[in-house]
Design a protein around this ligand. Structure first.
Ligand code: ADP
Ligand code: MG
Length: 434
């Protein structure tokens, strides 16, 4: 992709916008862009520099993203709205063409990284509450003040304001090569080659360590699961990022929006979408934070599509889709008969959110009931019945900081919790035909 129309190749020390920004380290990349930690010589602060691929369709997408981000940043002077702030934007000419660049406030690790770091055990509910309050603050701002639908809300697109692991803090590691730099050489001899070599060495050492550990366990021994990590000291304030797919509610962009697992039922059956579609993704994200697992992981199978499996998983966890809702979309006839039953997946294993939380995820009865009471309305099949972000912010669950005995996976005093297996996703799985 580093060719004409593609990504712009960046070397550490490269400068942008007439020398204002100096690239320090790669932070991430997406389909359309690479994102760099850069030093802003004007404000003396670190920023995130998003450099778009140069071909016209990517430039067009970047212009749209800049338009949305500008509206967000203009309306948010207090900078307390839990949405990433656009600091600057400009064009950069390189060998592969003209690249639109966005300068964003520098943020830390994504919630996906946090979930992984916590070894997929689910976060303590008080932390889930805090993160949920941030996300809802962002959605309330986008929806009711600006009229913007994010359309791709998921843990990957929500970044913590701080980093999880200070020893891996990009600012810290960006500082160390600066110290080693011989004077007068902005690159300090730190070429991509050298960095790549170092990374490869590190990977080899990690592999060696793992096989050592395996060997010391008597070869092929079962590796005991590691406990969840302690998150004390990590500030869980976060902000919503990636407005590459966002749209104005009165100008929907595409029929198919959202990442599969976070996709709302009205998007699947194509009955029209608006702000409630973001609320659905929020519900799935809250579930994932609390349990460590995605709420729905649909797969196609013999005689049914991924969409049909998705709808079946939803109904197994949340109850039957009301007939009127099921039959009201442009694609309804592909999935449902006229009674609102799935045509090709006939036998569903009906469960409930509360039961999944106690049985599969070992929540105490009280935690499960309260969390399910918060989530269930957000996951209403009828988008018009879903509460708005503003209404959710009023919910008692968000403001009840309970003393938590339960820590997921640790049954503790709650000795009479029913333990049973359960399939993928939300803990249910439907027995398939043939
Ligand atoms: P794309 O639209 O190409 O998917 P994103 O906006 O999602 O690009 O950014 C790609 C990655 O760059 C993110 O997943 C994240 O790792 C990193 N990133 C994006 N914005 C920031 C930021 N403001 N601060 C720190 N890292 C960021
Ligand atoms: Mg992205």
């Amino acid at each position: 992709s580093y060719r004409k129309g593609g990504y712009h190749a960046v070397r550490i020390g490269d400068s942008f916008s007439s020398g204002r920004y100096i690239a320090q380290q790669k932070l991430g990349w997406g389909q359309f862009s690479t994102v760099w930690l850069a030093y802003d010589t004007q404000s003396s602060k670190y920023v995130a520099l998003k450099i778009q691929k140069s071909a016209p369709q990517f430039a067009q997408a970047a212009l749209h993203e800049i338009e949305i981000l500008s509206a967000i940043s203009n309306g948010d002077l207090s900078n307390a709205k839990c949405v990433v702030c656009l600091i600057d934007h400009f064009k950069h000419a390189g060998p592969n063409g003209q690249h639109l660049c966005m300068v964003l406030e520098f943020l830390g690790d994504s919630l996906l990284r946090l979930i992984k770091y916590n070894r997929y055990k689910g976060l303590e509910l008080n932390r889930v509450r805090e993160i949920c309050r941030c996300i809802l603050t962002a959605l309330n701002y986008l929806h009711s003040q600006l009229g913007i639908i994010h359309t791709d809300l998921k843990p990957e697109n929500i970044l913590l304001c701080s980093t999880i692991n200070p020893s891996k803090d990009p600012i810290r590691s960006a500082m160390s090569p600066v110290l080693e730099r011989p004077e007068g050489n902005p690159n300090g001899g730190v070429t991509m080659n050298r960095i790549e070599k170092k990374l490869k060495q590190k990977a080899r050492r990690a592999v060696a360590r793992i096989s050592e550990r395996r060997a010391s366990m008597g070869g092929g021994g079962v590796v005991p699961p590691k406990p969840a990590r302690c998150l004390n000291g990590i500030d869980l304030k976060c902000k919503v990022v990636d407005f590459g797919n966002a749209c104005w509610a009165n100008k929907p962009i595409a029929d198919e929006i959202q990442t599969r697992q976070y996709r709302a039922p009205e998007v699947i059956i194509q009955s029209g979408y608006s702000f409630p579609a973001d609320m659905w993704s929020f519900g799935c994200t809250a579930f994932e934070l609390a349990t460590g697992e995605m709420m729905f992981t649909p797969k196609s199978g013999q005689g049914f599509s991924e969409d049909e499996d998705h709808l079946a998983l939803m109904m197994e966890l949340l109850g039957k889709i009301p007939r009127k809702v099921a039959t009201g979309g442009a694609r309804s006839k592909d999935y449902f008969d006229r009674y609102g039953d799935l045509k090709r997946i006939r036998r569903l294993k009906h469960g409930s959110l509360g039961r999944a939380l106690t049985d599969k995820y070992k929540f105490s009865e009280a935690d499960a009931r309260e969390f399910a009471e918060f989530l269930q309305p957000i996951l209403d099949f009828d988008p018009e019945k879903r509460p708005s972000a503003e209404q959710c912010l009023q919910h008692p669950w968000l403001n009840a900081n309970r003393n938590e005995g339960h820590a997921n996976g640790n049954v503790g005093e709650d000795a009479n919790v029913v333990v049973s297996g359960g399939g993928g996703g939300g803990g249910m799985s439907h027995p398939q035909l043939k």
